[in-house]
Write a protein that binds this ligand. Structure first.
Ligand code: C2O
Ligand code: CU
Ligand code: CU
Length: 485
């Protein structure tokens, strides 16, 4: 066992140009190992009971040891599996030196009480038990738990906290999908200092959204994903990074998208690449239809914008902002092994209903500015988040269109809690296919129209930028869903 040190980071960060070639990280430092999967907890008699201990401690990470934040000493945290109708009882013990809490990203459960209530704060040294039931008609897919204590979200998520939910549903019953080999990929970057501790960010990195050069899939650097010739691999992708975007591509292998943000599509969509911004999930099928060999799962360059002069040149040696946006990285390696008689792709998945048109259009402007004594702040409709204020009030069981415009200089992935939505258009261009989402990228200069139905759960919830530094620096608003009278 070894600590991550600066030399290894340099090795990692020097890997940009030749990244398409395998083994560029140096085989000694990163032997490509079979991917491991997080411990999975399954329901007993309809109940999933879990103890999560949030801790800052030394754990094994990416072939070395590091002091990071984790749940139960694991990166990612345990996978919590259930079926619609099952109940989760999650006892969170906060052994961090600061307050924390939990959010159940993408799950359609109450945002109040001891359910998905992000307004709770669990002090250091205390425990809290969350409990909620997955509605019987909840879609099956991949969801995400992570801390959501305003002001500390980026620090805690970047530090390592987070884990997947798998809700088993109709999609899992489709024969072609059942036949596929399933693999979760929890994508997470880290920045560690010379002693193997989470590197402290500096101001600039926070404004850009902190990123780190150690990029892991299920806590491993470039693990091996096996596929049989003729086989089908179901990749269940989750971007658990606080700021990093992943522009995914697998040479010679189209990605067949079957679900977005945990909810199935009506039919597979063939893609050459897939952009996954923080908080987003996607499921793709990969066919083992090429010459047996090794193929890198790449993250291609993507420039998510800069603060003008605070670009690459000023990022310096800290490597905490998006200093390597023009690098191509290998996240994992697809390796052929064995052969099966060719498995077909499914033709149809789960129908996606069309939401009725809405007469209400609300507008949200994403931007930033300088605030006296605070430095750069991030704003929605000119305001910094204030948990005392209700920014938006809607009525239960109504449908609204929200038009989100980015007038700033960096991309902002916009996320809404509690209810999923559909993307209607981008800059007036209708969206190519109908899908459910809970996070949508709004690029610099773009206007995205989404349609959302507020269903089942009255109460206070939030929407925010999922570059979690931006959220902590103010880019969040409170939504109140009022019961119908
Ligand atoms: Cu995954 Cu409010 O966030
Ligand atoms: Cu969320
Ligand atoms: Cu943002």
């Amino acid at each position: 066992m070894q600590f991550w040190n600066r030399r290894q980071f340099l090795k990692l960060s020097a890997s940009s140009a030749g990244a398409i070639l395998l083994g560029q990280y140096g085989a000694e430092a990163f032997p490509s190992r079979q991917i491991s999967s997080p411990v999975s907890l399954k329901p007993k008699d309809g109940l999933v009971e879990v103890e999560l201990h949030a801790r800052y401690e030394k754990i094994n990470l990416a072939g070395g040891q590091a002091y990071v934040f984790s749940y139960n000493g694991q990166i990612p945290g345990p996978t919590l599996e259930a079926r619609p109708g099952d109940t989760f009882r999650i006892r969170l013990t906060n052994n961090l030196p600061q307050p924390t809490n939990l959010h159940y990203h993408g799950l359609h459960v109450p945002p109040t009480g001891n359910a998905d209530n992000i307004f709770l704060s669990i002090p250091s040294g205390e425990s809290f038990t969350y409990e909620f039931t997955i509605p019987k008609n909840h879609p099956g897919g991949i969801f995400y738990y992570h801390p959501h204590r305003h002001g500390l979200v980026a620090e805690q998520v970047f530090g390592g906290l987070g884990g997947p939910f798998l809700i088993r549903g109709e999609l899992d019953e489709i024969p072609e999908i059942k036949a596929a080999q399933e693999q979760l990929l929890f994508l997470k970057d880290f920045a560690l200092d010379a002693s193997g501790r989470i590197a402290a960010p500096w101001h600039m990195a926070q404004m850009l959204g902190r990123e780190g050069p150690l990029v892991t899939a299920n806590g491993q650097v470039n693990p091996t994903l096996s596929i049989a010739r003729g086989g089908l691999l179901r990749l269940r992708l989750l971007n658990a990074s606080s700021s990093r975007f992943y522009r995914l591509s697998l040479p010679e292998h189209p990605l067949y998208l079957i679900a977005t943000d945990g909810i199935p599509l009506s039919e597979p969509i063939e893609l050459r690449e897939l952009l996954l911004t923080p908080g987003e999930r996607a499921e793709v099928l990969v066919r083992g239809e090429r010459e047996p060999g090794q193929y890198p799962l790449l993250s291609l360059p993507y420039n998510r914008g800069s603060m003008g002069m605070m670009g690459r040149g000023m990022m310096g040696q800290g490597m905490m902002g998006q200093s390597d946006w023009d690098a191509t990285r290998t996240l994992a390696t697809l390796t052929y092994s064995g052969q099966v008689s060719p498995l077909p792709l499914p033709k149809k998945l789960i129908p996606v209903e069309a939401l009725p048109e809405s007469k209400t259009i609300r507008r949200f402007d994403l931007n930033h500015s300088m605030a006296p004594g605070m430095g750069m702040v991030f704003l929605i409709n000119g305001k910094i988040f204030d948990h005392q204020r209700i920014d938006t009030q809607v009525r239960l069981n109504t449908v609204e269109d929200w038009e989100i415009t980015n007038t700033g200089v960096m991309d902002h992935p916009f996320h809404l809690h509690t209810n999923p939505f559909q993307i209607i258009s981008r800059n007036g261009q209708p969206e190519a296919f109908r899908a459910w989402k809970d996070t949508v990228l709004v690029r610099v200069g773009e206007t995205v129209r989404i349609r959302v139905r507020f269903q089942d759960f009255p109460g206070k919830t939030v929407y925010h930028c999922h570059i979690l530094d931006h959220e902590d620096l103010g880019m969040m608003g409170t939504l109140e869903v009022e019961p119908r009278t």
